[in-house]
Design a protein around this ligand. Structure first.
Ligand SMILES: [Zn+2]
Length: 195
């Protein structure tokens, strides 16, 4: 799930115009960005679901620090704090919530592999509704997020440029860019090129 998170970022941008789009995009994948070095260091791991190839949605993800509920809350709070220093309290709060929205969206997709506490301390039951078990359902959910994100972004950007009496070409171009790049990222993810 990568493209769906970007779709959600565009959706938030249509409501919170003062927050930069790139910062929203960064916020939605903040937990996954931190996952990469931990994965390379072998602290967090991926394990293909028995019998599957380990492609799109076919992994048990042991992201026990970045994707534990408490870990995700702490990392989102950190992100929020850093953004508040740069853009003020309101933007910081929005970006912190968007960073944590990653965990909520992942919760729908993940195969029951998201722990409560960092490092799966205490071995509490894990979370994840496992939408990935249904491949076409997952792709459809991501596609819906991209389409609605691009649509709401385009509508909001158009009305902003209309009230500022500037050409709407830019709003339309950015909306299209969100749509096309979202679908491209989803296609790469599904075909396994993104791993
Ligand atoms: Zn994730």
């Amino acid at each position: 799930m990568i493209a769906g998170h970007f779709g959600f970022a565009a959706l938030v941008k249509s409501r919170e115009q003062r927050v930069p789009l790139w910062a929203l995009m960064l916020a939605t994948v903040w937990l996954d960005i931190l996952f990469v070095p931990l994965l390379l260091a072998g602290i967090e791991t991926l394990q293909p679901v028995p019998g599957l190839r380990g492609g799109y949605g076919e992994n048990i993800i042991h992201a026990d620090y970045t994707h534990s509920l408490v870990g995700a809350l702490a990392l989102s709070a950190l992100f929020s704090f850093l953004c508040a220093l740069r853009w003020g309290k309101r933007c910081g709060t929005v970006l912190g919530l968007v960073a944590f929205s990653h965990w909520i969206l992942d919760l729908l997709m993940h195969r029951h592999d998201m722990p409560l506490l960092p490092g799966n301390w205490g071995q509490f039951p894990k979370f994840g509704f496992g939408l990935w078990q249904n491949r076409s359902g997952s792709i459809l959910a991501e596609l819906l997020l991209i389409l609605s994100g691009a649509w709401f972004y385009w509508r909001a950007a158009r009305s902003v440029s209309a009230s500022a009496h500037v050409a709407q070409v830019r709003a339309t171009a950015t909306g299209l860019l969100i749509l096309i790049s979202g679908i491209a990222v989803l296609a790469l993810d599904v075909t396994g090129i993104l791993g």
